[in-house]
Ligand binder design. Structure first.
Ligand SMILES: Cc1ncc(COP(=O)(O)O)c(C=O)c1O
Length: 469
């Protein structure tokens, strides 16, 4: 151990969170309809497997793209050679156009402001390296994607301070929550460098409203800080209200060519909308040339292979395909979402009303033994080990109210989802059910606001060795 670096041995990676532990449990005993029907069903993975057939049929009709060929001639040597970190121009153009299409062409993206990265994970980290020094903070609305603890903090030394959103208003971002988070950071002697949102939200599955986006733009203008909008789920919006990108708000408010415009950065990736997390394709879009230049240099640590860029530039340039894909994928997501929501309803479980994403934010507060995070983890363990469903507890998303869970619906077949819903209903109805009576439910509701576990808001700062701070 002594020969390893502090970074290699520190425990701030977040691998010990219940989010990742659930995945490990699933790996040990994965469900298979034939080979392992009693195994764990993976509902903790935000993967989109609903529209693979559309991509597969495009590949079958366009064999050149995946076969290192152009007009039937091999371009293997061209693709195999060393590439610079600016990426293939044809791919950047196709990506910029696809991002505009995803936003109903209400805004356009300049390929010169795009930086290619191997997924949204390095895109977010690279932005942290560009915008923060170790110990500087970003404010994030809770609940948030558990991977951010790793992506934003681990290697950069940046901190996350929560913007505490609550179920009272559907977890919406308010002016006062933003101000409180800012003050909290100041009390902790942390310099706030920006706010990071996911729009649509992971784990809520909701799109950010224009009112929220306006609050955010006003806030970062006033405080002279940055705004990162991770829009990785922008193509998954399957019901109204439609998706509004922060870029659209800036345009509508005629803020282009202002200082605040330069402090807004968008992250995107093809991991969710196209269901290609294995291809590792992401981008940073920044309005600040200095950020574009620094991030481009940093991108050499995680480039997208030229083979992948070549294939996807052909796919994304096929406008007929992308239009049909986006529409059809949204219809499939909508149907799947409906199936999950109605199946949960049949088990007496409600969800936050949502219109996007690959998951629902599920309210199981009435199934808790007490209104505590300990009870949430107890229920989670039952669901993983007895019901054999891996879902993500809200505490892993830093939710400040116990009893919420993120449940994914697009990474499995419809039949598997039915098995999962059936298991859950039996658990809630069955003799071992921990479901509370109505009066107990009310008692819990009253208690709910009082208790918030401190560890949910723990900063990585507090986990570090004193000399590392
Ligand atoms: C909000 C958000 N950002 C980033 C990522 C990471 O995506 P990628 O696979 O492109 O690295 C995820 C993945 O779940 C996510 O939900």
């Amino acid at each position: 151990m002594g020969l390893l670096s502090k970074k290699a041995t520190c425990n701030t990676h977040g691998q010990d969170s219940s989010y990742f532990l659930g995945w490990e449990e699933y790996e040990k005993n994965p469900y298979d309809e034939i080979k392992n029907p009693d195994g764990i069903i993976q509902m903790g993975l935000a993967e989109n497997q609903l529209s693979f057939d559309l991509i597969e049929s495009w590949l079958a009709k366009n064999p050149d793209a995946a076969n290192f060929q152009r007009d039937g001639q091999s371009i293997f040597r061209e693709l195999a050679l060393f590439q610079d970190y600016h990426g293939l121009p044809s791919f950047k153009n196709a990506m910029a156009d696809f991002m505009s299409e995803n936003r109903g062409n209400r805004v356009s993206f300049d390929p010169n402001n795009l930086v290619l990265t191997a997924g949204a994970t390095p895109a977010n980290e690279t932005l942290m390296f560009c915008l923060t020094n170790p110990g500087d903070a970003f404010l994030l609305p809770t609940p948030y994607y558990p991977g951010f603890d790793r992506d934003l903090k681990w290697r950069t030394g940046a901190e996350i301070v929560p913007i505490k959103c609550t179920s009272a208003n559907g977890f919406r971002i308010t002016k006062s929550a933003l101000e409180e988070a800012y003050e909290e950071a100041q009390k902790l002697n942390l310099k706030v460098k920006g706010v990071l949102i996911t729009n649509p939200s992971n784990p809520l599955g909701t799109t950010t409203t224009r009112t929220e986006l306006n609050h955010l733009v006003d806030f970062i203008s006033r405080k002279k800080i940055h705004l990162i909008s991770d829009e990785i789920y922008s193509g998954t919006v399957f019901a109204s209200p439609g998706f509004i990108s922060v870029m659209e708000v800036l345009k509508d408010r005629r803020l282009e060519n202002t200082d605040v415009f330069k402090r807004v950065h968008v992250v995107y990736s093809l991991s969710k909308d196209l269901g290609l997390p294995g291809f590792r394709v992401g981008v940073i879009y920044s309005n600040d040339d200095n950020v574009v230049s620094a991030a481009t240099k940093m991108s050499s640590f995680g480039l997208i292979s030229s083979q992948t860029q070549y294939l996807l530039s052909a796919l994304l340039s096929d406008k007929k395909f992308t239009k049909n894909y986006l529409q059809e994928n949204q219809i499939r997501l909508k149907n799947r979402h409906k199936k999950l929501v109605s199946g949960l309803e049949a088990a007496g479980i409600e969800c936050l009303k949502s219109n996007a994403g690959l998951f629902c934010w599920v309210d199981m507060r009435h199934l808790l033994k007490s209104n505590t995070f300990e009870a949430e983890i107890e229920l989670w363990k039952k669901i993983v080990y007895e019901v054999k469903l891996n879902i993500s507890p809200g505490s892993s998303c830093h939710c400040n109210e116990p009893g919420w869970f993120r449940v994914c619906f697009a990474n499995m077949s419809e039949e598997t989802l039915e098995v999962a819903l059936d298991r859950l209903k039996k658990f809630v109805d069955g003799p071992s059910s921990t479901a509370r009576s109505q009066s107990e439910h009310q008692r819990l509701k009253n208690l709910r606001k009082k208790k918030v576990s401190n560890w949910v808001f723990r900063l990585s700062f507090h986990d570090r060795e004193p000399e590392e701070r």
